[in-house]
Write a protein that binds this ligand. Structure first.
Ligand code: OAD
Length: 229
């Protein structure tokens, strides 16, 4: 089976009703990034941050994987697929994909505010101020905030280096180190970029599909099965 690595961003889940960040009407328009997605935000107003992620969890509970998530899961019959997602939702898992790295954390988990390895499953339940981790510290969302390391990055680089095909779906490629992953794909690796407003990527063997995730993946599924099996 050919190895495929897929880098997904917020646009992957947009057709499931989850807001992107930087599009007009996106999450960062009404919620300043510094307040809700940075380490400083956590120190200055942790209750606001908890309530922001509680709302994201409530929204996620109502959302369903879209056809694009299902196509990626179905392609595991034909290819060895690793999904590297910047998304903190669980829609790839719910669609049935089995090899997933969450670069920016997961909404359905919380962790100790002092020990990043002390992680608990919380599902779609809220985290309140005063809820404690097993080590007695305040529980915090298991999200990688600006200013924090990205622990899954080295595995993501390894998957990308090994990939024979790379697919990038629904990301502005504005946030590093995630955006830098495409530079680890070998120069001969075909790169399929699906986005209605694709980020400016320059490289050989680039195939841009200027579509939303569902429609783009419907086209790409056929291309992969016809040409790369
Ligand atoms: P952005 O909001 O920056 O970019 C979303 C991308 O999705 C844009 O390129 C849109 O054109 C595209 N898009 C919109 N609707 C789409 C659709 N239906 N189908 C496909 N693409 C669509 O989101 P990300 O690139 O994921 O990090 O943002 C990266 C990181 O920035 C996030 O993980 C988050 C944020 O700050 C953290 O919170 C740590």
């Amino acid at each position: 089976m050919k190895k495929i690595v897929v880098l997904t961003g917020a646009g992957m889940s947009a057709q499931s009703g989850i807001s992107t960040f930087r599009d007009s009407g996106g999450l960062w328009e009404n919620h300043p990034v510094r307040q809700v997605a940075s380490v400083e935000g956590w120190y200055s107003d942790p209750k606001l941050m908890l309530s922001f992620y509680n709302q994201r969890r409530t929204d996620l509970k109502k959302a369903k994987p879209n056809k694009g998530h299902l196509i990626l899961a179905g392609l595991e019959q034909f290819f060895d697929i690793g999904i590297v997602t910047q998304n903190v939702d669980d829609l790839h898992e719910r669609a049935g994909s089995t090899r997933i790295l969450h670069l920016h954390g997961e909404l359905t988990k919380a962790r100790s505010s002092e020990n990043p390895d002390l992680i608990t499953e919380i599902g779609y339940e809220p985290v309140h101020w005063g809820d404690k981790a097993a080590d007695g510290t305040q529980l915090r969302p298991h999200i990688v905030w600006f200013g924090e390391p990205v622990p899954e990055m080295s595995k993501a680089i390894q998957w990308t280096r090994e990939a024979e095909i790379m697919i990038v779906v629904g990301t502005s490629l504005a946030v590093y180190p995630a955006a830098g992953l495409i530079d680890y794909a070998s120069g001969n690796t075909p790169l399929f970029l699906i986005d209605p407003k694709p980020a400016p990527v320059r490289r050989n063997h680039l195939h841009t599909i200027t579509e939303k995730a569902v429609e783009g993946l419907e086209k790409l599924e056929k291309i992969l099965i016809d040409n790369y099996l």
